[in-house]
Design a protein around this ligand. Structure first.
Ligand SMILES: Cc1cc2nc3c(=O)[nH]c(=O)nc-3n(C[C@H](O)[C@H](O)[C@H](O)COP(=O)(O)OP(=O)(O)OC[C@H]3O[C@@H](n4cnc5c(N)ncnc54)[C@H](O)[C@@H]3O)c2cc1C
Length: 502
C-alpha cells in the first residue's frame, strides 16, 4: 500500500485579536521548519474587542508550550498573578466566597478531602471548605508565591494564572509569531471566494489585493466572517440559559494594594469585574438590556470603581452561544467567531487556546477528512457545554430575589446536564466524572459550597476513618496554612522581585 502524505501548504488567519495571534503563535511553533506558510490578515478599520484580561491556569501551560518565559511575558504585558476569583454578593448580599485555582486539601485515607470536610461540617465544624486552599490563604492576605516543585510544602497545591493587558499580549504574541515566519498583512477582507465544493479559495481585500490558502482560520471576532457569513454555519443560541447580552468596560488607575485575584461582585442588574494590572485596573459591568439601560450601567460602574478613571466607558454587545460546528470544510473558527460565554470564569482565552491546540493535534492533510472534523467538533462542543453549565451554576443557585433581574433566575431554564449534576451532588455530595470538564471537582465544590448548595448526606465510606483524627488534621492544616502564608512576600513585592531577577 502506498502512503499518500499530502500535507497542507498554506494557512491563512483572519483577525489580529487575541484569537488571531494565539492561533498564529501555536501554528508557527508547531509547523516551524516544515515549509508551511502562515499569513495573518488584520483589518486596519475594525478594532479588536480590547478586553479579555483575566485567565485561568491553562494559560501558564500555553506559555510553557510556546517556550515563552513567564517573566518576559509578565514584564511586557503589565501582568499580575491571579490565584482565585472572589465572588461578592452572589449567594446573598453581604456574603462572599472564593473560587481558587489549584487543589483544596488533600485526600485522607484515600477518600476525597471534600467528603471528610463535609462530614466535619455536618457535625458543626467551623471551617469553610476553601479555608484549606493554599491559593485562598494567599489571596486573602494579598501575598503570592510560586511553589518550588522540588521543595514540597503545604503551599505546593496552589496554582496560578495571569491578569494582563490584552493589547500588549496580542503585541507580544504577534512578535513571537512573526519571528517564526508568520506574515502579517494589514488589509480589510471584503469578499470571500469559494471553490465549487464550497471550500474557501481566496480572500479579496478592500485595496484590491488578495490572498489564497489551503486552510483558513476565522479569528474575525463576533462577525465570524468566514464560518458564519461565508460558509453559513448556524449558531446555537444559549440566551435562554444566560440572558446577559452587554457589558460596559472602563479602565481606572492602579489599585493601591495589588490584589492577586479577580473580583466579581453581583449587583441588582448584573455583575461587575475588577482586574488588577501592574499599571492600571480593568473594570466592567455585565448586564442584560432587558433590565438595565446603557446609561444606568455606565452610572453603576462609574459609581463603584475605587480608583480614578483613565478612559471613557465603552459598551460591548454579545450573544451567548456557540457555532453548530467549529470546523467546517477548510475553515476553523477560533475565539469570538466560534461563540461566546460571558467572562464570569475568565474562560474566553482558554477556549481560544483549546480551539487551536486541539486543532494542531489533529492537523488535516489535503483530504480534510470528515472524521477528523467530527472528532474536533465533538471535543470543542464538550468544552463549551461544560463551561456553560459551570457559569449557569453561579446564577441558578443564587438566593437573591431583591430585584427583577435576580427574580428572573429563579424561573430560568437550566440545561439538563446541569440539572443532573445538581441532583447527584445534592444527594451525597458526589460529582459526575467527566474527563472533558474544564473545571475539576474542587472548583465545582468551591462554587456549590459558596452558593450555599448543601448535599443531604456524605459518602458513607468516610465513616471508616477515625473522625477525631480527621478533625485534628483539619485544625492543624488550617493553622499551618495561615502561618506559612504570613511568611510570604506581598503580591506586588513578588512581581517586583521577579522582574528584577536575571
Ligand atoms: C466584555 C468581555 C469581557 C471579556 N473578558 C474576558 C476575560 O476576562 N478573560 C477571557 O479569557 N476572555 C474574556 N473575554 C473574551 C475575550 O475578550 C476574547 O475571547 C478575545 O479577546 C478574543 O477576541 P477575538 O480575537 O476572537 O476577536 P477580536 O478581538 O474582536 O478581534 C477580531 C479581529 O478580526 C479583525 N477583522 C474583523 N473583520 C475583518 C475583516 N473584514 N478583514 C480583516 N480583519 C477583520 C479585526 O481587525 C480584529 O483584528 C471577554 C469578552 C468580552 C466581550
Amino acid at each position: 500500500m502506498s502512503i499518500k502524505h499530502r500535507p497542507l501548504k498554506s494557512y491563512v488567519i483572519v483577525g489580529g485579536g487575541t484569537a488571531g495571534w494565539v492561533s498564529a503563535a501555536v501554528l508557527s511553533h508547531v509547523l516551524q521548519n516544515t515549509g508551511v506558510s502562515i499569513t495573518l490578515v488584520e483589518s486596519p478599520d475594525v478594532p479588536t474587542v480590547g478586553v479579555g484580561e483575566a485567565t485561568i491556569p491553562s494559560f501558564i501551560d500555553l506559555l510553557s508550550f510556546l517556550n515563552i518565559s513567564q517573566k518576559d511575558f509578565i514584564a511586557k504585558t503589565n501582568a499580575t498573578f491571579k490565584l482565585a476569583i472572589k465572588f461578592v454578593d452572589w449567594f446573598q448580599q453581604g456574603q462572599h466566597y472564593w473560587h481558587p485555582f489549584g487543589k483544596i486539601g488533600s485526600k485522607v485515607d484515600g477518600k476525597e478531602f471534600y467528603q471528610h470536610w463535609l462530614k466535619n461540617h455536618i457535625h458543626g465544624g467551623k471551617f469553610e471548605y476553601t479555608d484549606f486552599s493554599p491559593a485562598v490563604a494567599m489571596a486573602k492576605e494579598n501575598r503570592f508565591f510560586i511553589p518550588d516543585p522540588k521543595k514540597p510544602s503545604n503551599l505546593s497545591n496552589s496554582a496560578h494564572a495571569l491578569h494582563f493587558d490584552a493589547g500588549l499580549a496580542a503585541k507580544f504574541l504577534a512578535e513571537y509569531a512573526q519571528a517564526k515566519g508568520v506574515k502579517c498583512i494589514k488589509a480589510h477582507v471584503e469578499r470571500v471566494e469559494q471553490h465549487e465544493n464550497g471550500n474557501i479559495k481566496t480572500l479579496h481585500f478592500k485595496d484590491g489585493q488578495e490572498v489564497s490558502g489551503d486552510f483558513f482560520i476565522d479569528c474575525s471576532g463576533q462577525r465570524s466572517l468566514l464560518l458564519k457569513k461565508s460558509l453559513r454555519v448556524g449558531f446555537v443560541d444559549w440566551q435562554h440559559y444566560l440572558p446577559v447580552n452587554s457589558a460596559v468596560v472602563m479602565q481606572t488607575e492602579k489599585m493601591s494594594i495589588l490584589a492577586p485575584y479577580t473580583e466579581s461582585t453581583a449587583h441588582d442588574n448584573g455583575w461587575r469585574w475588577r482586574i488588577p494590572l501592574q499599571n492600571r485596573t480593568g473594570n466592567g459591568f455585565v448586564f442584560s438590556q432587558d433590565f438595565c439601560s446603557d446609561q444606568q450601567a455606565i452610572d453603576l460602574l462609574s459609581s463603584q470603581v475605587t480608583e480614578k478613571a483613565i478612559n471613557e466607558p465603552r459598551i460591548i454587545r454579545f450573544t451567548t452561544g456557540k457555532m453548530k460546528k467549529f470546523w467546517h470544510k477548510n475553515c476553523l473558527a477560533v475565539g469570538l467567531s466560534s461563540g461566546f460565554l460571558e467572562p464570569l470564569e475568565s474562560t474566553g482565552i482558554h477556549l481560544i487556546m483549546k480551539g487551536i491546540l486541539n486543532f494542531v493535534q489533529m492537523l488535516p492533510d489535503e483530504n480534510l477528512a470528515d472524521v477528523t472534523q467530527n472528532e474536533y467538533n465533538r471535543l470543542m462542543d464538550a468544552e463549551y457545554d461544560s463551561i456553560r453549565d459551570f457559569i449557569v451554576l453561579h446564577y441558578c443557585t443564587s438566593k437573591r430575589d431583591d430585584s427583577p433581574f435576580w427574580k428572573m433566575w429563579q424561573h430560568i431554564a437550566i440545561p439538563e446536564s446541569l440539572q443532573n449534576k445538581l441532583a447527584l451532588f445534592k444527594s451525597q455530595g458526589r460529582l459526575m466524572k467527566n474527563d472533558l470538564d474544564l473545571f475539576a471537582s474542587d472548583s465545582w465544590y468551591a462554587v456549590l459550597e459558596g452558593m450555599g448548595v448543601k448535599p443531604n448526606s456524605y459518602d458513607p465510606t468516610v465513616d471508616a476513618s477515625n473522625f477525631e483524627l480527621i478533625q485534628n488534621i483539619l485544625k492543624e492544616s488550617e493553622v499551618a496554612l495561615k502561618r506559612n502564608v504570613q511568611q510570604l512576600m506581598s503580591h506586588e513585592d513578588y512581581i517586583t522581585r521577579i522582574l528584577a531577577s536575571t
